[in-house]
Design a protein around this ligand. Structure first.
Ligand SMILES: C[S@@+](CC[C@H](N)C(=O)[O-])C[C@H]1O[C@@H](n2cnc3c(N)ncnc32)[C@H](O)[C@@H]1O
Length: 490
């Protein structure tokens, strides 16, 4: 069968209601091929083509305006087990984000009647939240079919039950929602300093594709080109945002040949280079990765972790030179959580983690972290540099606690490691006196990126739960995570 006929048959079967798995078995194709068939034939990447309606879709009346028992997030690790199905939200558009994310961002960083922008609008999740929360909104997407879908999704009115039992329809009043085809890299129709909040979710290089052969779709770009193009988006964002306002971007990492490509850190660096400072660096947990059976076994067997987190960076546009200088390279004043002598109890029976997010209690995070690293990377031959390091022996695994002092260690680490040895650096995000976040993992990645001998194998997040201390209600989020950057020697 020719590829064209195969693609048509696949689409027909999708419309008949066959699952991706059934289609995969029937035609011996993978998910990427199924996605390609849908995009080429429908012009949009959706998991269920039946749900795509015509343009003349009538206004929907919704009863559920918000999630049940909603509270604003207070910590830096966000986790939404169910993606959220209030209003018109659904998961049909591939790679769309959970509405809990724009809801939190819009509520925390803007007020009613403000102007919110999402320049990677997709199916309009942010648009729906802007409408529900009474914000003006501009949504832009490169794909006209995504804009049509977003238009359909915002075409709703609210339905309320009155005390007498009759129903009443209310329109959200006085706000405008403007959805249009456009390119996030070139927003000439938006004036300088005119947007109150940017809240957006770019494609991640070429992980999920959104269009077929569209040269302006960033989901069709390979990593290095993608990063160059995202820099243009960052520069435009800085131009159009009002001073003192916020821009939030969700971005994840990629895996290639068992190594990690730190797309998240590289994207954040481009926004910092454009002039922004980092207000928050939030870890968004992903729940769609499989942590049992086949995947768990393979993660141990081939020694890789399943990517289970993304980064939600909140940038601030500030012209205040004081703030900028402070957040740049002057780091001497930062107080790191120094770990002097570690009381470490080896535990060979530890249950090994299989994803990139490790969740531990405050009391035992260090022991669990070290035991997990040792079991995975260096059971017989490991050293904890800041603790017991003996320079005479080379080891399989060297664990290093970053405390802003690479002096005695710096680029000589290869003298301490065996061939193909693992260097695991434990580090953290730090809030400076002026409330800005200084992210040491991003600096470490930058520091070692020119070193040909090291390849990043994993970026692991440790979520540290303090069960005794209830979350503080704070203007800033409570930093609840640390990182382990795992390098492998070439
Ligand atoms: C991850 S999706 C956004 C999903 C959206 N948050 C939602 O919930 O539906 C990324 C979107 O970026 C769009 N896109 C890709 N390149 C673009 C560009 N240069 N300018 C604007 N949009 C672009 C894609 O068409 C896709 O809809």
């Amino acid at each position: 069968m020719s590829d064209i006929n195969l693609e048509k048959n696949i689409l027909e079967d999708k419309i008949k209601g066959l699952s991706d798995q059934e289609i995969g078995i029937k035609y011996n194709v993978n998910l990427k091929f199924i996605e390609k068939s849908i995009i080429k034939n429908l012009g949009i990447n959706v998991s269920n083509p039946i749900k795509i309606k015509s343009n003349t879709c009538p206004t929907k009346f919704i009863k559920k305006l918000s999630p049940k028992d909603f509270n604003l997030e207070q910590n830096t690790v966000w986790s939404f087990k169910s993606r959220g199905t209030w209003a018109t939200h659904n998961g049909n558009y591939r790679g769309n984000w959970s509405p809990y994310i724009p809801r939190n961002i819009i509520l925390k960083y803007s007020k009613e009647q403000d102007l919110v922008l999402d320049y990677f609008c997709g199916s309009g999740t942010t648009a729906v939240e802007a409408k529900l929360l009474n914000r003006n909104f501009i949504g832009i997407d490169i794909n006209e079919n995504a804009i049509k879908l977003a238009q359909e999704n915002i075409n709703f009115n609210f339905l309320f039950k009155t005390a007498t039992g009759t129903s009443e329809v209310l329109n959200s009043s006085g706000i405008s929602i403007d959805l249009k085809i456009g390119d996030a890299r070139e927003l000439h129709f938006i004036k300088d300093n005119s947007i109150d909040l940017i809240c957006s979710h770019p494609p991640y290089a070429n992980i999920v594709k959104y269009t077929h052969n569209n040269n302006n779709d960033l989901s069709n770009y390979e990593v290095n080109d993608f990063i160059n193009e995202i820099e243009k988006v960052a520069i435009e964002s800085y131009r159009i945002l009002k001073n003192g306002k916020y821009c939030s971007i969700l971005i994840g990492d990629m895996r290639k040949n068992k190594n990690v490509i730190p797309l998240g850190f590289w994207t954040i660096e481009k926004f910092l280079k454009a002039g922004f400072t980092l207000k928050e660096l939030i870890i968004k947990r992903q729940h769609n990765c499989k942590t049992t059976g086949f995947w768990y076994t393979n993660s141990i067997k081939y020694n890789f972790l399943l990517l289970a987190h993304e980064y939600l960076a909140v940038f601030e546009k500030s012209n205040d030179a004081m703030i900028k200088n402070h957040s740049s390279e002057k780091l001497n004043s930062i107080s790191y959580n120094k770990i002097n002598k570690i009381k470490f109890i080896k535990n060979d029976n530890i249950q090994q983690e299989s994803t990139t997010v490790w969740i531990f209690d405050k009391e035992n995070w260090l022991n669990n972290t070290l035991n997990n690293l040792i079991k995975r990377y260096g059971n017989n031959n490991y050293s904890i540099y800041n603790n017991d390091y003996n320079s005479k022996k080379r080891c399989e695994l060297l664990i290093y606690f970053y405390d802003n002092n690479f002096n005695d260690f710096n680029n000589n680490f290869d003298n301490y490691l065996e061939k193909e040895g693992i260097l695991a650096i434990i580090c953290e995000d730090i809030r400076l006196d002026n409330d800005i976040i200084f992210s040491t993992p991003i600096q470490i990645e930058k520091h070692f990126s020119k070193n040909e001998k090291l390849k990043i194998k994993e970026i692991i997040l440790i979520q540290i739960k303090d069960l005794n201390n209830p979350t503080k209600k704070n203007q800033n989020l409570n930093i609840q995570h640390k990182y382990i950057i795992v390098y492998k020697m070439a």
